[in-house]
Design a protein around this ligand. Structure first.
Ligand code: PLP
Length: 430
């Protein structure tokens, strides 16, 4: 059965696995093992030489994680994937797979705070420059590009502004110059398909919607197999020049017989091998349990979020509601162009009153959890001005899209009447 013909609901349950070759188990087994016995000395030598694919050591590959990787690659329309220990690790490895000291990449300013810190501080200490540009102007990516630019990076649906990134506009600029776009699609699985719009690599924090149950940190990098690294020659020394850590392999040449998977193979056999941020098989297994119901959950997240938006828009204590469904102008055009089947589960709103009103609202919630997380099956809320963005000045907060009375909601899949009743009673306490 070819995965290509199947719908997301089916792929989420079937892609990458039929039954266990050893036991016929229908559910994906949890292979909680560190290592795998080689059949013979020759078998071991072939595995290490990449002449044959197979299990060596769980830091580099694991049969349970492999199912998760194949399933996510199929759902995303990519050619191969790499499961890693967290979303942070996915961003780190995706960038380090292309950038070395002295190189740069161009990134949208609208990023998750952890990604911002990684790019602005840790990569800087490593000699890699992140060039931050305003995502509302795609041409800013072109202007910031030079010979040392190895990639572009952006989030599909970054909060708190929830302005959908102009994926095609920036991917097209990149393809013209020979620079790939990496998209963090954490907030929009299934409702956005970045490869359809020209992205070369997609990454997720699977910790959020993909797992959904809020039990397991994890991340994934998915290779679109649609970018010609070799044609760009000097632009990609990590892929096009001999790798001293792998007996001089040139990844674009060495991997060619296996398909257009040089990017993901190099990330696995060098970066994951050396940096060690492997996904625990248990977390991969847990993530598979969540993934199997992702299409159902995403529908409910989106439907519930739309109803919360409608409720908040009519509420006298709410000044403004932030959600792709109610944006105007270019922001709405992009939301319509890049999201389908829903506008996502994240909702922002601004209270008429400021900081104290925001804190009172949060303290009055009884059903919604007060956590610094998104994408859980449960509804979540946070007041960024007094928490995640509290170290910023008032002006910095405003430019990040956070006002004193801004509340971020991650709407879950509970019954919509219960979600709205909780928000309503908390608003009444202000
Ligand atoms: N990307 C986005 C959009 C996120 O929201 C997060 C975490 O909140 C991450 C990446 C990092 O993921 P993790 O917490 O799994 O490391």
């Amino acid at each position: 059965m070819s995965d290509k013909k199947l719908h997301p609901e089916t792929l989420a349950l079937h892609a990458g696995y039929r039954s266990d070759s050893a036991t016929n188990s229908v559910a994906v087994p949890l292979y909680q093992t560190t290592s795998y016995q080689f059949d013979s000395a020759e078998h071991a030598a072939n595995l290490f030489a990449l002449k044959e694919f197979g299990n060596i050591y769980t830091r580099i590959m694991n049969p349970t994680t492999d199912v998760l990787e194949q399933r996510l690659a199929a759902l995303e329309g990519g050619v191969a994937a790499l499961g890693v220990s967290s979303g942070q690790s996915a961003a780190t490895l995706a960038i380090l797979n292309l950038c070395q000291a002295g190189d740069n990449f161009v990134t949208s300013t609208d990023l998750y705070g952890g990604t911002w810190n990684l790019f602005a501080n840790t990569f800087k200490q490593m000699g890699i420059e992140a060039r931050f540009v305003d995502p509302s102007d795609p041409d800013a990516f072109r202007k910031a590009t030079d010979d040392k630019t190895r990639c572009y990076f952006a989030e599909t649906l970054p909060n708190p502004k929830l302005n959908v990134f102009p994926i095609k506009e920036v991917a097209d600029i990149g393809r013209e110059i020979g620079v790939p776009l990496i998209v963090d699609n954490t907030a929009a699985p299934l409702i956005c398909r970045p490869f359809d719009h020209g992205a070369a690599v997609v990454m997720y924090s699977t910790t959020k919607y993909i797992a959904g149950h809020g039990t397991s940190i994890g991340g994934v990098i998915i290779d679109g197999g649609n970018f010609d690294w070799e044609a760009q020659g000097d632009r990609f020394p990590t892929l096009n020049t001999p790798d001293p850590s792998y007996h001089g392999a040139v990844w674009t040449e060495a991997v060619k017989p296996l398909g257009p998977i040089a990017f993901i193979i190099r990330a696995r056999v060098t970066l994951l091998r050396d940096l060690g941020s492997a996904e625990s098989p248990f977390n991969a297994w847990q993530t598979i349990q969540g993934l199997e119901t992702l299409p159902l959950r995403m529908r409910q997240h989106c439907e519930n979020a739309d109803k919360v938006v409608q409720f908040l828009q009519k509420h006298p204590k709410v000044r403004n509601v932030i959600h792709p469904s109610v944006q105007e102008g270019e922001a709405k055009r992009r939301a319509d162009a890049y999201l389908s089947g829903g506008f996502g589960g994240l909702v922002g709103f601004e209270l008429n009153d400021g900081l104290e009103a925001g804190k009172t609202f949060i303290d009055s919630l009884e059903l919604l959890y007060h956590v610094a997380n998104i994408g859980d099956a449960r509804s979540l809320a946070i007041h960024p001005a007094s928490t995640t963005h509290s170290q910023m000045t008032a002006e910095e907060q405003v430019s990040a899209g956070v006002t004193a009375g801004y509340i971020r909601l991650s709407i879950g899949i509970e019954h919509i009447d219960d979600i709205i009743a909780d928000i309503e009673q908390a608003l009444a306490k202000i």
